[in-house]
Design a protein around this ligand. Sequence first.
Ligand code: BG6
Length: 546
Amino acid sequence: MSEHDDHAPARGAYGGGDGGTAVAELPPVAIQVTSEISIASQPPKKGEACTMVILGAGGDLTRRKLMPALFHLQCDGLLDPEFAILGVAREPLDDESFRRAMYEAVKASDEPNGAGKIDEDQWRQFAPRLGYVSGDLSDRRTYANLIGRLERVEQQREENDGRLFYLAIPPSIDSTVIRELSQSGVAPRVDTPEGRPWVRVIVEKPFGRSLDSARALNAVVERAFAEHQVYRIDHYLGKETVQNILVLRFANSIFEPVWNRSHVHHVQITAAETVGVEHRAGYYEEAGVVRDMFQNHLLQLLALTAMEPPVAFRADAVRDEKVKVLNAIRPIAPEEMHTYSVRGQYGPGTIDGERVVGYREEPRVNPQSQTPTYAALRLMIDNWRWQGVPFFLRSGKRMPRRVTEIAIRFRRPPTRMFSRGDGTLAPNVLAIRIQPDEGISLCFEIKVPGIGVRTTSAQMDFSYDRAFGGSKHSAYETLLLDAMVGDATLFTRRDGVEAAWRVVDPFIAAWESRPATHFPNYAAGTWGPEVANDFIARDGASWRTP
Ligand code: BG6
């Protein structure tokens, strides 16, 4: 790195004073939307006349995410009149009791339009779409019942576009269910994307738990289906601002010329959560933060930020570029791990004024657990665009604030014409806020009015909420609709999943082979272990406090 002055505290809207001739922090300048919204390149989507089969309809994901998303698509008039949903789970329910359970789930959900209220009229139209098949997913008879039910639904329909299967099941039974779906004839292979009726399968994360297991699962999938039938879902890709990364980069011409090693000092990608492990200790103890957040969400954000322009906004063109950049991430040797990563686990602390227990005291967590709940990785991308530019990725549970953002930190001006007495000038930062308060801000230096030249930082800020009243659809709504219309752009392809495991596997392997004697090493309610600050400081940078 050529710059060594980044230890100076950040200023202006990014907190901290400059120790010199500081002036009051300036409020961000709001950016307005100035033109008609263009939808010419992509007509609004509407779901097709298909049946969605949710395998694992008794689970959390169905109640908290899938059903609220489907209901809100209904409220927005985006479902085909003949669209139907079949839930499959072990509980002995009939259609009516399944509908009642889903009504309660939607009402309780905190997704957009949910939160304790429900549009009763819309629900009356939605409820008849729901049916239920009770059965054990490892039992062949379940699939025989399912096929009978599916055929009855399809016979009643004037047009039948296809079947959409959603695997909302524990990863341990992914392979079994995929085999059974295929062998029973419930979900036949369709050779071409144009084949009708279509059959698509959405597979939830985690997709495997290592490169080897992901490859093995991909092999099972490949024997059952053609790749175009498979939708590996990562809900981050359905978030509004995540999709906006591509628009920001490739629908504008001013950013791309500076989006490279000549102008960018480093990139920081943060996904901080205030929640702890919640009720998911069983899963999380086995997964840890790298499998849970980095292999999928954070690496997807990195790929969108760092990829080359695709030749078109088409599924394979976009995914080709994402895979290329993931494959360019420098492999790390086991003995170098400490220079490229920091791991952490939260101890007791305070969040929003409330005392919370440490990870090891959470229900069903091993009191000596070695599972990391925080990680920071330094990834280098060995290609022409990014050579020498570190990408710092960090994610943790029980941090002070829930925030996900990508910050592009630009290099300082080559000469120091202006300074603040202490020699510092705040660098330009372009921050893409994924959540909450989705938006984009650009921080730059300006002159303070008055005699003499003093500088301070100003911020141009675009907020989705102020401009559009927030995002209308949840990530799951976007992605379910995409799967219904056969648009796989926001889903991960086989090679993409494997490329991401290739990046994180060495970190996981190194950590699992060396016990973390220093755990817990950060208090709940803080921004992670102290050592993470020294880690990023080695590159002349410091973590942002978003
Ligand atoms: C999930 C992880 O994929 O993403 C959870 O399994 C995490 O541990 C969640 O809490 C975060 O998603 P979001 O949309 O709340 O940022």
